[in-house]
Ligand binder design. Structure first.
Ligand SMILES: [Zn+2]
Length: 271
């Protein structure tokens, strides 16, 4: 089942799993990781919304309709703009403790002031400062939430950002957030790659005890399998060999390196 309101595309992927997609290139064409995938898990008594998107159009009415009488939990996988800007619609949102402060204040999206896309007028009306949720609660590695029939465990996965999390369910899904997907990768400076690789190998190790895990990334293709993690691990390890090909990409204040596999393009922070 798939339906489209004027902005989000909603599809029922499993009885208990909906995907709400939003195209982030609408905000600025430099972003090519379409779509952003927000996931809605339905337990027997509680639902979990994973990320709230770009904050351009209301998402809560869609979520409310899908969850029925269930209680709702809302998580942000991390603080980057495309994931928490719909938070204001929800009273309470959880994020990893390292990023609570970052999403507790109005989110400054003035870096979109020069976007050629009309849609940023929606941000301009708010002076490029997007309101936060009323209450932000901290998540820690190992926290477990019972949705009824489905349990969700938080895995702290620093690298893409200091408080990035992945979520593993008792029903065999691994929500990988922006820690792993096919597409443009936003990486920290080169001397912190060891942190990114450590996180990826921690996720690869999960397959020792959970053979058939399905990966649900926050961007582009889903579901993916373990190959996504090994492809990305090998790709990041190989950046050193491609370092001489780097070009400066000013919008992201980053070095751009194109992977020869065509699966990834890397933006590596300069600061
Ligand atoms: Zn993202």
């Amino acid at each position: 089942m798939s339906s489209k309101n004027h902005h989000f595309e909603i599809s029922k992927h499993k009885d208990y799993l909906y995907v709400i997609k939003e195209n982030i290139s609408l905000v600025h064409p430099v972003y090519t990781n379409d779509p952003l995938n927000m996931y809605l898990l339905l337990g027997s008594h509680t639902a979990l919304l994973i990320d709230t998107g770009c904050g351009l159009f209301p998402i809560k009415p869609i979520v409310d309709e899908l969850i029925g009488k269930r209680k709702l939990l809302v998580f942000n996988t991390h603080y980057h703009w495309d994931h928490p800007l719909g938070n204001v619609e929800f009273g309470e949102v959880y994020i990893h403790e390292n990023e609570v402060e970052l999403v507790s204040k109005p989110y400054d999206v003035s870096f979109f002031k020069d976007s050629p896309n009309e849609i940023v007028k929606i941000y301009a009306k708010q002076n490029f400062l997007i309101s936060p949720a009323n209450t932000i609660k901290p998540l820690k590695d190992g926290d477990v939430f019972d949705l009824g029939e489905i349990e969700v465990k938080v895995i702290h996965c620093p690298g893409h950002s200091p408080g990035s999390i992945c979520l593993i369910t008792s029903t065999g899904e691994l929500f990988t957030s922006d820690v792993a997907y096919y597409g443009d990768q936003f990486l920290p400076e080169k001397d912190r790659f060891s942190e990114v690789l450590e996180t990826l190998s921690k996720l690869i190790d999960l397959f020792e005890s959970h053979k058939n895990l399905e990966l649900y990334p926050s961007h582009r293709k889903y579901p993916c399998d373990k190959t996504l993690l090994t492809d990305l691990y090998n790709g990041i390890e190989n950046i050193e060999n491609l370092w001489h090909t780097k070009i400066s990409f000013d919008f992201f204040e980053a070095w751009q390196i194109d992977d020869d596999s065509g699966k990834f393009r890397y933006f590596i922070s300069k600061s």
